[in-house]
Design a protein around this ligand. Structure first.
Ligand code: MG
Ligand code: MG
Length: 441
C-alpha cells in the first residue's frame, strides 16, 4: 500500500528537518533505510509501514528506499529508491522512480536503490563519521561494514574511511521529541479521529454484544475518517478482561453490570493517537465502579496538572500514584499510611504500569526519559500520554464488590508554554457525559 501525501507545506517541513540534521552532522554521513516489507504468510504481506525515522526525514512512503545525508562544506541530500517498472506497477501500483522522487520530495539527487552498494563507498570517502541505526538490523550492519571495508581497501590511494561510527538515533530521537507545527496538525487530526471513534464505540455498546463488534466500530470510524490503520492493536476488554493489561482477543460477550475498557488509537499520516476510556456496558456505573472510576479520574487530573514546562518527566506519575494510593486506602484495598504504601510500592498490586510515554510517529515514541541519570524536564512541543489505571483482581483481602474492576483513562497531551493542551479532549470521560452516551446510537 503506497500513500502519496506530498504537498508544498509538508515537503518544506521534511527538507527543513534534513537541513537541521546536516547542520548537526558537521563532517559526516547519515544513512537511514526505510522498513522492509514483511511477509505475513506464504505470499501474503503485512500492510506496509515505513520506518518512522526515514519517514520523519523524507515523507517518502515507498518500501526499498534509503536516505543518505552527506555533511561538510557541500551538504547533499540523496535518495535511493525503486526504479519505475511497468510490469510491477501493473501488479503493485505506482512508483515514483528516482527522477520524479527527487523532484517531488526535494532531494539534491536520487538514484536507483540497486546502485546503493556501488555508490556508498564513494560517498563515505574522507568523511569523519558515519551515523546509522547501529544494531537495528544485523543484515544492514553487515552491509554497512562492507561499504567501510570497500573504502578502507583504497587507503593506499590516500582515501580515508570514517573513523567514527555513531548511532543516528541519538540525534534523531532528540529532534523527534520536540514536535514541529506540521507534526502537531497531524497529531491533532489523529486525536480527533480517535476521539470520534471512542464516541462511536460507546454509542454502540450494550449488553449481549461482543467485544469484536465494538472493535469493528472503532476500525470503521478510523478508516471512514481517513486514518491508515490503528496505531496499535486495539484493546476492547469487557469485565475481568480489563485486568489483563495487553488483552487483544476481543472476542467475549459484554455483560450488564460490567465495565468495558477500550484502549485504541488511529494512525493518521504516520502519527499515532492513544486513548483509553472505561465505561459501563449498560450505561450506568454501579456504586463500587463509580467510586473506583472517580479515583482514576482524579489521579489523571492530578497528573495532567503536572504536565507543564520545567516539570520532571516523573512528576505526572508521582502525582497519579499519590491519588491512586489514597484511593486504594479509601476503597479498602490497602491499609496504612499513604506515604508508606508508596514507599513500599504496595500500590503496585493494583497499579503496576507507568503513567505515560512519549507519543508521535510511534505510539511509544522516540526519546530518552532520563538525561545524565535524571528525569528530563518537560519542554513545549513534547507530546506524551497520561494514563493512570486501577486493576483489581479477586482475592480474600479484596472487597468482593471491587473484583474484576479494571479502569484506565488515557489522554494525549502536548506540553505548551502555559502548561499543556489535551489533544484528545473530544473523547468524553466525566461520569455524567459517559452515562449520557453509552448505548445511545
Ligand atoms: Mg493506550
Ligand atoms: Mg499509552
Amino acid at each position: 500500500m503506497i500513500w502519496n501525501w506530498g504537498n508544498a507545506v509538508s515537503l518544506n517541513a521534511y527538507r527543513h528537518r534534513r537541513e537541521r540534521v546536516l547542520q548537526a552532522l558537521g563532517e559526516g554521513v547519515m544513512v537511514i533505510a526505510t522498513a522492509p516489507e514483511a511477509v505475513r504468510n506464504r505470499d501474503a504481506h503485512h500492510p506496509y509501514r515505513f520506518d518512522s525515522y526515514f519517514y520523519y526525514l523524507t515523507g517518502f512512503t515507498e518500501p526499498e528506499a534509503v536516505l543518505v545525508l552527506v555533511g561538510g562544506e557541500q551538504p547533499r541530500q540523496i535518495l535511493f529508491c525503486r526504479e519505475r517498472n511497468q510490469e510491477r506497477e501493473i501488479w503493485d501500483g505506482f512508483r515514483h522512480g528516482p527522477e520524479a522522487a527527487r523532484e517531488a520530495f526535494g532531494f539534491d539527487a536520487a538514484h536507483a536503490i540497486a546502485e546503493l552498494d556501488e555508490q556508498m563507498p564513494r560517498l563515505l570517502e574522507n568523511q569523519a563519521a558515519l551515523h546509522f541505526a547501529i544494531g537495528h538490523d544485523s543484515a544492514w550492519d553487515a552491509r554497512v561494514v562492507g561499504w567501510l571495508n570497500a573504502v578502507r581497501a583504497k587507503t593506499r590511494s590516500g582515501v580515508q574511511a570514517p573513523e567514527q561510527l555513531l548511532d543516528a538515533r541519538r540525534l534523531l530521537d532528540e529532534m523527534r521529541l520536540i514536535k514541529d507545527g506540521f507534526e502537531l496538525d497531524l497529531m491533532r487530526k489523529a486525536a480527533d479521529i480517535s476521539a470520534a471513534a471512542h464516541i462511536a464505540a460507546m454509542r454502540a455498546t450494550r449488553p449481549g454484544r461482543h467485544e469484536h463488534e465494538i472493535e469493528a466500530e472503532l476500525l470503521y470510524a478510523f478508516r471512514r475518517q481517513g486514518a491508515e490503520a490503528p496505531a496499535y492493536t486495539s484493546i476492547v476488554a469487557g469485565g475481568a478482561n480489563a485486568c489483563v493489561l495487553h488483552y487483544v482477543f476481543n472476542n467475549q460477550v459484554l455483560k450488564a453490570g460490567e465495565l468495558l475498557l477500550i484502549d485504541a488509537g488511529a494512525e493518521y499520516r504516520g502519527y499515532a493517537a492513544d486513548i483509553t476510556r472505561t465505561f459501563p456496558v449498560d450505561g450506568r456505573f454501579g456504586g463500587a465502579q463509580r467510586d473506583a472510576y472517580e479515583i482514576v479520574l482524579a489521579a489523571q487530573a492530578a497528573a495532567i496538572e503536572q504536565v507543564a514546562p520545567g516539570r520532571a518527566w516523573q512528576s505526572p506519575h508521582e502525582a497519579a500514584v499519590k491519588v491512586l494510593a489514597q484511593g486504594m486506602v479509601d476503597l479498602g484495598l490497602l491499609q496504612g499510611e499513604v506515604d508508606g504504601l508508596i514507599e513500599s510500592e504496595a500500590y503496585k498490586r493494583f497499579y503496576m504500569h507507568r503513567t505515560g510515554h512519549w507519543l508521535g510517529l510511534d505510539v511509544h515514541d522516540a526519546g530518552e526519559y532520563k538525561q545524565a541519570g535524571n528525569w528530563r524536564a518537560l519542554q513545549p512541543g513534547m507530546t506524551l500520554t497520561v494514563e493512570p489505571g486501577l486493576y483489581i483482581r479477586p482475592a480474600d483481602d479484596v472487597p468482593e464488590a471491587l473484583w474484576h474492576i479494571g479502569i484506565r483513562i488515557e489522554d494525549d497531551a502536548l506540553v505548551t508554554e502555559a502548561g499543556c493542551e489535551i489533544l484528545t479532549h473530544g473523547a468524553p470521560k466525566a461520569v455524567a457525559e459517559i452515562e449520557e452516551i453509552v448505548g445511545r446510537d
